[in-house]
Design a protein around this ligand. Sequence first.
Ligand SMILES: [Fe+2]
Length: 247
Amino acid sequence: MIIDKLENNFFNYRFPEEDGFAYGFNFYVLVNDNDVMIIDAGFRTQAKKVHKEILSKKLKLTHVLMTHFHPDHVNGLVVLPGDITVLGSPEYHKTIRKEIPQTVTPVSFSEGFQFGDFSLSFTATPGHSACSILIDINGKYLHSGDNLMSRYDGKALLPWVEYNQIAQHILSLEKLKAKKPDIVILGHGPALLNKKEINQAIEDRLSYLKAVLNSEGKCSWQEAIKDCSCQYADNDFFKQLTAGLTQ
Ligand SMILES: [Fe+2]
């Protein structure tokens, strides 16, 4: 686990790819006096390390804010205390498959949430999952959840989406683009630190998803990525997405 301080009371605890996984994981850690909020809970082994680090600093984990409830973000909750506040989309129940010891408190899309110096606001972005949200932090950072994903080294990953959710994912990427964020932080992969990089990352995913959708899932890999400027790490998600649909 590597710890980066982004600014006062705001940290990134990051994990490289583990064996058998195509991508690493980011915990974003917000501190308010002795209380700590983490964004996402990762896998159990990762959450244990993060919690141990928090305890070693004589701090208390009080909140976990979920970008969405897929297993690689939620499973860590199982090893965290049952009395912490877990915040997430009101749609969380459509995605969560794991028994967790905590109760989920739905976030308010109109009112946001204040945690110490951090003003958090949320936007629903269904597609990758029914409960995906964007998290705005002080109008400076935008956590995209898995709307954008990359490997630990920054190499682009394809969007993961089920075929019947592609149109929703496209709309959600358009919402992300319309926010014109300065810095985008991700669940998987390094932060995107300027508008050009952010826009390109969004456009690349949009052009891929539109190519697949417009061809009704029948396009080749080359056709799917013909307008993308990036080189994707692999085409595994394309194969899964079009399984049974390709000619
Ligand atoms: Fe993920």
